[in-house]
Design a protein around this ligand. Structure first.
Ligand code: 3UK
Length: 510
């Protein structure tokens, strides 16, 4: 399907104002534990914030606004207001520190800041901070965003922006080097809504979305704000969720669609039987590879076939996935309608089925780094190279192997860490695990497993040997972990990804 949008387009007019104009203003749009905003109420909040930005702060279209806050309805309204006012949103992850915030402010040339008062300490320490307005608990003085909103008019007409004006600069979590800003247009925001959620997830106006990814991460921005608004559905925005409180919230709000990362589903599966999850119709996993062991555990616990999907900050959202009868355990799926994908060798030539190579994708969205020489590494001949090693099977399913840089080469064999992790996760003692390559004089690298045990198991040499035998008996024996290390927890990013470089450092220290 080709996506066509008019040349003048403000995405918030389509996501929000259109529903109110069509008489849907009384439908619920966003809620948290305390309140529920209808589409009309959300529009009012967004419009008041837009007036604060353009009037009180004096910003003009094209200015950049840094946003800092956990998932709350007010944070969501602030993001939408920035876009509606013709400004550019620069959302940032709550755990970022002063130095990282300073880098982003300088790189994105931020003109103003909207920040949750509870997260202001790290931000206030940034030298030369642009004008900032604070919101939420702790910002109850006369200059808070809420106070300024109360003085502002309740109606703001969406700024007349071009479909290809930048509206969002999203930063990658960047495990190495300076974080990269990725630029996205108003039409990109609608395009992601009109691909994965429309064709794969098949979002309905009656859906109630819930999940963990931050709105500052494009996985969360799409799944917990843009996708529901596109069809007039509702989202629950909650802060500080744990596997247990997410299950509670699903049951209490009767959510129908859940978005989170594989590690959350792994931890929720053993607890799921204690909650009434009968409202759930779809659960989406993204951020890192979904092991078959995790898919199986979740399906046994809930009866739900997980929708796996690979997306990236550069592509804005999910571009390969599968749902329903199209799901094939072990594969991510097929290109989402609107996207194309292929596998390339190291020289950039397409390879046939069954050969591992570099994943390349093309579609309505794509990578546009903000002034970064790495643009040419991600985009070649119009194809986006995501940095993932994939193979395609004879039926056109795309099978994830590892990050291109993470492939372990041991005694001449290529070994993908996630395959060994999947094998380990099938053992009853294993709660979480991460497998990396450890430099080795004899073999180049050896396979090293970091294992978190389930309660009631002890990290003894006998158990390590048992895990090694267990892997040898389920996948090719040369892939077994020659080193097994037990750990109380694994290092993960705020987006739920295993930090393999930190595992390598931890393993070196033992
Ligand atoms: C990895 C996956 C295997 C893969 C994201 C959904 O994760 C997101 O964006 P990031 O920029 O990272 C992108 C990289 O993460 N990855 C993501 N999903 C999967 N690997 N299976 C998956 N299902 O290496 C990719 O290149 O943080 C995910 C939607 C929006 C996003 N930004």
């Amino acid at each position: 399907p080709e996506l066509r949008y008019p040349p003048r387009l403000n995405c918030v007019a389509e996501l929000l104002d259109r529903h109110v104009a069509a008489g849907q203003g009384a439908r619920p749009a966003l809620c948290d534990e305390h309140e529920r905003w209808t589409y009309a109420q959300l529009q009012q909040q967004v419009d008041r914030i837009a007036h604060v930005l353009r009037g009180r702060l004096g910003l003009v279209p094209g200015n950049r606004v840094l946003l800092r806050g956990a998932n709350t309805p007010l944070m969501a309204a602030a993001i939408l207001a920035v876009l509606k006012a013709g400004l550019i949103a620069v959302p940032t992850m709550p755990l970022l520190r002063t130095r990282e915030l300073g880098t982003i402010i300088a790189k994105a040339q931020v003109d103003a800041v909207l920040c949750a008062a509870s997260l202001r300490a790290e931000l206030d320490a940034v030298p030369g901070l642009p004008p900032a307005v604070y919101f939420g608990p702790g910002a109850d003085d006369a200059s808070s965003l809420e106070a300024l909103m109360a003085q502002a008019p309740a109606a703001f007409e969406a700024c007349d922006t071009a479909a290809d004006d930048v509206c969002l600069i999203s930063f990658t979590s960047g495990t190495t080097g300076v974080p990269k800003g990725t630029m996205h247009f108003h039409r990109d925001v609608l395009a992601i809504c009109d691909c994965f959620p429309r064709h794969t997830l098949r979002t309905q106006p009656s859906d109630l979305f819930i999940g963990t990814p931050q709105l500052a991460f494009t996985f969360g921005l799409g799944g917990l704000l843009l996708f529901p608004l596109r069809v007039g559905a509702c989202a629950v925005l909650l802060e500080k969720l744990t596997p247990e409180t997410l299950l509670q919230a699903i049951a209490r709000h009767r959510a129908t669609v859940c978005f989170t990362a594989p590690t959350f589903y792994r931890q929720m599966a053993p607890l799921a039987a204690r909650y009434d999850l009968s409202s759930l119709r779809a659960t989406v996993s993204a951020g890192e590879a979904l092991p078959v062991a995790t898919r199986d555990a979740w399906q046994r616990a809930t009866g739900l076939a997980m929708i796996d999907g690979i997306g990236s900050t550069e592509m804005l959202h999910i571009f390969i996935s599968a749902a329903g009868a199209d799901i094939r355990p072990g594969a991510t799926g097929k290109p989402v309608p609107g996207y194309q994908a292929c596998i390339l060798d190291a020289q950039g030539k397409p390879v046939g089925p069954g050969v591992v190579g570099r994943l390349a994708v093309k579609g309505p969205t794509g990578c546009r780094y903000l002034a970064d020489p790495r643009q040419k590494d991600y985009v070649c001949d119009g194809w986006n190279l995501t940095g993932d090693a994939y193979e395609m099977d004879a039926d056109g399913y795309f099978i994830y192997r590892s990050r291109t840089d993470d492939m372990i080469i041991s005694a001449g064999y290529n070994i993908a860490g996630p395959e060994v992790e999947d094998a380990l996760l099938r053992h009853p003692a294993v709660a979480e695990c991460g497998v990396v390559g450890r430099d080795d004089e004899e073999r180049g690298q050896v396979v090293e497993a970091h294992v978190v045990l389930r309660p009631g198991f002890d990290g003894t040499p006998a158990l390590a040997a048992e895990l090694q035998e267990f892997v040898k008996s389920s996948i090719a024996p040369y892939k077994y972990p020659r080193r097994v290390l037990f750990a109380p927890a694994l290092p993960r990013t705020e987006t739920g990804k295993l930090q393999r470089f930190r595992l390598r450092d931890a393993g070196a220290a033992t």
